[in-house]
Design a protein around this ligand. Structure first.
Ligand code: HEM
Length: 196
């Protein structure tokens, strides 16, 4: 049911002439994708420094809350640009993105990373003035949050990069489970008709 609904939504977006024009544009798509990639340095560059500080691997001489406060705004600006350009990239190729196993994994990882960030952020902002704010390593729960953040966002970058490869696209000959996981509704229906 969810696959059918997602595909119907993607095909509805695909019906907009803007979507096709963007996808077939000579420069615009490349500029938006380049912005999506280049903004990684701003967003993840700042976030990874905060995570590495929490883990005691970088800037251990600076209070953790100072690092978090100073890098917060550029990190948020970077994330906003990445999310906006991401939605435009999705709008340009809605059907293929929706039926991309990599894009689906990326969305699930992003949900996990955002939940982790919300939990982590509340604890981190409470760090200010705490006894351990100047410690080289933060308390265990903050280090777990920082480690999860490093892992989840790295996986998001990898799955973002692999979206471009068609190894598991619906036109490929895939096991039934992979068609289901990628949302290849028509291919599943064809196999069902064959009794496969
Ligand atoms: C904010 C966190 C995000 C990060 C760190 C991220 C990271 C990436 C990376 C590294 C790529 C590969 C670019 C390349 O090398 O070609 C990529 C591609 C892509 N991203 Fe994101 N992304 C983010 C958010 C989003 C969002 C919110 C969406 C849409 C809802 C999105 C949609 C896409 C699409 C469709 C591509 C494939 C572009 C292509 O290959 O033509 N991204 N992303």
């Amino acid at each position: 049911m969810l696959n059918e609904w997602l595909l119907a939504f993607a095909r509805w977006l695909d019906g907009f002439s803007w979507s096709t024009q963007l996808h077939e544009s000579f420069y615009m798509y490349a500029w938006i994708e380049s912005t999506h990639v280049l903004t990684l340095m701003v967003f993840l560059g700042m976030l990874f420094i905060i995570d590495l500080r929490m883990l005691g691997f970088a800037f251990t001489g600076v209070p953790a809350s100072t690092i978090a406060e100073r890098l917060d705004l550029p990190m948020k600006i970077g994330m906003t640009i990445m999310v906006l350009t991401g939605f435009v990239l999705f709008f340009a190729i809605p059907v293929r993105s929706t039926q991309s196993i990599w894009f689906r994994m990326k969305v699930i990882l992003m949900i996990g990373a955002i939940v982790n960030a919300l939990i982590f952020r509340r604890k981190m902002l409470a760090a200010k003035g705490s006894a351990w704010d100047r410690d080289a390593k933060m308390p265990g729960d903050l280090r777990v949050g920082a480690g999860l953040s490093l892992g989840l966002w790295s996986a998001i970058v990898i799955t973002g990069r692999t979206i471009a490869y068609d190894w598991y696209d619906c036109f490929q000959k895939l096991p039934y489970f992979m068609y289901w996981a990628a949302g290849c509704v028509d291919e599943m229906a064809a196999l069902d008709r064959q009794g496969g």
